[in-house]
Design a protein around this ligand. Structure first.
Ligand SMILES: Cc1cc2nc3c(=O)[nH]c(=O)nc-3n(C[C@H](O)[C@H](O)[C@H](O)COP(=O)(O)OP(=O)(O)OC[C@H]3O[C@@H](n4cnc5c(N)ncnc54)[C@H](O)[C@@H]3O)c2cc1C
Length: 415
């Protein structure tokens, strides 16, 4: 793989950019691999990358039914934070956040990590109590956050109306090293590094069946033929239930559409990420100047990967009280992704009833921020056959045993 550098750019500028190679190969699938990963989103690709990097397992294929990064990884609003309440969540998301800090250098690919700070607004007394509690929990967990008052909120985000008539801003949970990254660059960076390690990323290759022999995984049926494997990982977000069904077990997951929209680009006016969970909207400004706006999930299960008018209306109506200036903006685009939501709003990184079949799912509305940590933990689980400290609490058995990692009450939303 040719390294990207300032010298490479200068050299290619002189050659009219004719010398750049493909960032990743486009191979035909082989008949057998040590490991197959279904889903070339961030979680599947990061799992493959850390399997190769941390455990030396490189005979790996990542099978993708569409194009890599074309699922939720390329559809999210890119918020990265680790200010979760429960210890296992804070450990996993903080691992991911800290890996994001140097991921561009590690992958030699600019993922545009921007630790501009994330604030979660407290607009009810209940939220004030909740976020003060989270700030204290984070202090014990080694996650840098603080509870700030409305005046500091206004200083950090001058376009905000902190004294709205219905939902005045009473404070915020502030994580100064939270922020954003360019979502598809995260997928592309991992893909390039995986391809460089000799792994095969096979696009337009849908997995249509899972073969097992005596309770152990044997391979997959795909639209490009049957492929054998020793170990299989499923990382398909909103389609997790369908893949588990192919392997003969059920997951405690609901699939619903989550939507987002962007405005026309405007001059820089907001250099932090703001989440307003009571009114249910969140917003940041992209480097192009668009206001990136996210809302809630549909109230019913579905696989409809597209936007709807009532969500624009609800989300924008909710945000206008806090950000009156957006009432004058035109909206450019809107889209949806199918997210996989668990009852406790925490992910699943687990072995399954089928031997050597592993599952990475349940990231719901907030898995972009977790990609590096999730890949790290999933690779460890697959290489050793049992979870390491990061994944230990996130097994499927927690639903049978009632050991929930309850982030739903703490967060309200989980982006
Ligand atoms: C609108 C929206 C906003 C969001 N905002 C945020 C945010 O701000 N911060 C945050 O942290 N998270 C956010 N998320 C959540 C985040 O995007 C997801 O949790 C994360 O991207 C999931 O990554 P993944 O790799 O598991 O799934 P995906 O990126 O969806 O990848 C799964 C891949 O599997 C493929 N696949 C499915 N079935 C098959 C099959 N049978 N065979 C082969 N391939 C298959 C799909 O085509 C897809 O490419 C948001 C999500 C949405 C939809």
């Amino acid at each position: 793989m040719r390294r990207y550098s300032v010298f490479a750019i200068a050299r290619e500028a002189l050659r009219h950019h004719q010398g750049w190679g493909r960032a990743w190969r486009a191979p035909e699938p082989k008949s057998r691999y040590d490991v197959i990963i279904v889903g070339a989103g961030g979680h599947g690709l990061a799992t493959a990358y850390y399997l190769g990097k941390n455990h030396g397992i490189r005979n790996v294929a990542i099978l993708e039914k569409g194009w890599l990064g074309g699922g939720n990884t390329g559809r999210n609003t890119t918020i990265i934070r680790s200010n979760y309440l429960q210890d296992p969540s804070a450990a996993l998301y903080e691992k991911a956040r800290s890996l994001y800090e140097s991921l561009s250098q590690e992958l030699n690919y600019n993922i545009m990590f921007s630790p501009r700070g994330v604030m979660m607004l407290a607009q009810t007394e209940h939220e004030v109590r909740g976020y003060r509690r989270t700030a204290r929990a984070n202090a014990l967990q080694g996650v840098e956050t603080e509870f700030i008052g409305p005046q500091r909120v206004k200083e950090l985000c001058p376009i905000m109306n902190v004294s709205g008539p219905r939902y005045p801003v009473l404070g915020a949970l502030w994580q100064p090293r939270g922020g954003t990254a360019r979502h598809d660059a995260v997928a592309w960076g991992y893909a390039r590094a995986c391809s460089d390690m000799g792994m095969d990323i096979v696009q337009k290759c849908e997995v249509t069946g899972i073969r097992t022999e005596r309770g152990r995984v044997a391979g997959v049926e795909t639209t490009q033929g049957a492929i054998d494997c020793d170990k299989l990982a499923i990382a398909v977000a909103g389609h997790s239930g369908r893949l588990a069904d192919m392997a003969g077990f059920r997951l405690p997951i609901e699939s619903v559409a989550l939507q987002a929209l962007v405005s026309e680009p405007i001059k820089p006016c907001m250099d932090v990420v703001v989440m307003a969970n009571t009114v249910h909207g969140y917003m940041s400004q992209s480097d192009k100047g668009e206001m990136v706006i996210g809302g809630g999930t549909d109230g019913f299960n579905n696989y409809t990967q597209r936007g709807s008018f009532h969500h624009i209306e609800e989300t924008v109506r909710a945000l206008i009280e806090t950000f009156p200036m957006i009432s004058r903006l035109r909206m450019l685009r809107q889209w949806g992704g199918i997210v996989d939501v668990t009852g406790d709003r925490s992910p699943i990184i687990t072995t399954t009833p089928v031997q050597n079949l592993f599952m990475n799912a349940g990231w719901g509305t907030g898995g972009f921020k977790a990609i590096p940590g999730s890949g790290w933990a999933m690779a460890e689980l697959m290489a050793k056959g049992e979870p390491g400290p990061l994944a230990a609490a996130f097994g499927l058995d927690r639903f049978a045993e009632g050991r929930f990692i309850d982030e739903s009450v703490a967060a309200g939303v989980a982006h």
